[in-house]
Design a protein around this ligand. Structure first.
Ligand code: ZN
Length: 508
């Protein structure tokens, strides 16, 4: 049994002014995909919780061995950080390399795609849909295609019609990337061996919501995922999956969705009933998706709450300018408010500003510098903040590292982490590179939505500040042009019942 492994995983925010270029991707080719290096490799171990089933295998190679499958690794491109629309030529080069690789791979029994689900490409829109269209054109309709997704993906009917198996993360914050790939690969091997032709039943649920309102350890996602697991265990059904969607992307197909995979044609009627049941359950909960953490309506409110806190350290997420959702990340609003309030002990992580970072590196540790910080990449939601501070530390990554350079600058009581490019601070180690032990500071502002698992587990308290920006959590404040209306919550009152929008099976 020979299975090709390929994919382009990226989350693109098409309203962001910064395009995604080749330098935003890390690309593995051939055997590199199997080597299981840490970081963004497709089988990198997540930060599992005690409640979760640990990944079954130590590596992708071991997984393929156990399944009795020969891996044919082709290309896997992973977006290092979400950004704006992917440049068409960048996407096409990656796509064509995958298609050529599949064409030259010799006889294949299956293809497993490692995708995110929010790959929005200039002039093409859904990159995932275009990719499977191109693969089907060379590989034909008989070969089985399985795909693994992040749950923040917006998928299309055409994608459902041209693929056989989908699996989707069941954790947000994400901790189950390896397990999700395991399911995609295991189901694919099962179908190849058993001669099954799976049929996905796809239902678009007309709602968009920020991921922060759909974390998976709280309701209603917790129960919805339990329902999906229950449906997936029924006879004749391979799996049932929920995509929360990526609502900040402004595309006609942006929405939540569900998919239920029938093992064969004969099970389609049952799968359709179960798909309607799951979609209806999700729709019925639309008013109940809420933030699972403490919320502040503004930067000022968040700072006041943190200063009054009994906890020794409070993390505040500047959620409106969240580069992990693809925004520029350089709006200096929080810095401005912390300085205005003379806050004695705070960290701002961080502000990407190449010119300011260069000034710090040229001046050196101990130097006093005057900087015009941030507000350049995103000039719509912010303006540069003029500050004078002392350079306390400089972090210069090695030539092979994809890390940003970081200048740690003290401005009054605030430590500002000035980076030479867009990045985000999502682990304790990210801070330590800048010489900062975040838990030792009273207020730590991060450019994130929800805290990633390690910070979430470490933070004594977490406040989500509902700040304006390209990743505004209040979708009703965003200027949508393309999403298909009506859609909740842009439209509050409309009737809807589940409609199966794909034809369930390639070729109809
Ligand atoms: Zn995600």
């Amino acid at each position: 049994m020979r299975i090709a492994i390929a994919g382009i995983s990226h989350e693109a925010l098409n309203t962001s002014p910064l395009p995604t270029t080749l330098e935003h991707f890390k690309v593995w080719r051939g055997q590199e995909i199997l080597q299981g290096e840490s970081g963004f490799s497709p089988y990198a171990a997540g930060a599992a919780t005690a409640a979760m089933v640990a990944p079954k295998y130590a590596s992708l190679t071991q997984m393929m061995d156990d399944l009795g499958a020969e891996p044919v690794p082709i290309l896997h491109a992973n977006g290092l950080a979400p950004s704006g629309t992917v440049e068409q030529s960048v996407y096409l080069d990656l796509r064509n390399e995958i298609v050529d690789g599949i064409q030259q791979a010799g006889p294949l029994d299956g293809i497993c795609l490692i995708l995110h689900g929010a790959l929005l490409v200039e002039n093409i829109w859904s990159g995932e849909t275009d990719l499977v269209r191109a693969i089907r054109a060379v590989a034909g309709n008989d070969i089985l295609i399985s795909a693994r997704f992040d749950l923040h993906g917006n998928l299309t009917e055409e994608f459902a019609n041209k693929t056989d198996i989908w699996t989707v993360y069941r954790t947000a914050p994400h901790r189950d990337a390896p397990q999700t790939l395991e399911r995609a690969m295991t189901l694919l091997a099962h179908c190849i061996r058993g001669g099954h032709r799976p049929r996905p039943v796809f239902i678009r649920v007309p709602m968009i919501l920020p991921g922060e309102k759909a974390t998976t350890e709280v309701e209603p996602m917790k129960s919805l995922l339990e329902l999906a697991v229950e449906i997936g265990q029924q006879p004749g059904i391979l799996t049932a999956e929920i995509l929360v969607g990526f609502g900040w992307a402004d595309a006609a197909y942006s929405s939540s969705s569900i998919v239920v995979i029938a093992e064969d044609d004969i099970h389609l009627p049952h799968a359709r009933r179960q798909a309607r049941r799951l979609a209806q359950a999700m729709w019925d909960q639309r008013h109940n998706f809420t933030f699972d953490q403490e919320v502040a309506q503004s930067a000022d409110e968040a700072i006041e709450l943190a200063l009054a806190a009994g906890e020794s350290c409070v993390f505040i997420a500047d959620s409106g300018d969240n580069p992990t959702a693809g925004t520029p990340g350089d709006v200096p609003h929080f810095l401005s408010r912390l300085l205005a309030k003379n806050v004695p002990d705070a960290v701002v992580a961080g502000i990407p500003d190449n010119a300011a970072a260069r000034i710090c590196f040229e001046a050196g540790v101990g130097a006093t510098v005057s900087l015009s910080l941030g507000g350049k990449l995103d000039s719509q939601h912010g303006a540069p903040e003029e500050v004078t501070g002392v350079v306390e530390r400089l972090y210069q990554p090695g030539p092979d590292s994809s890390d940003a350079a970081i200048a740690t600058v003290r401005v009054g009581g605030v430590l500002v982490l000035v980076t030479d490019r867009r990045t985000f601070f999502s682990t304790l180690n990210d801070f330590r590179k800048a010489g900062v032990e975040p838990l030792d500071h009273k207020v730590v502002v991060v450019k994130l939505g929800y805290l990633m698992p390690e910070l979430r587990d470490a933070a004594p308290r977490e406040i989500l500040a509902l700040t304006p920006g390209y990743s505004d959590m209040d979708f009703t404040r965003l200027p949508y042009n393309y999403v298909t209306r009506p859609i909740f919550p842009l439209d509050e009152e409309f009737a809807w019942s589940p409609v199966i929008t794909n034809v369930a099976g390639y070729g109809g």
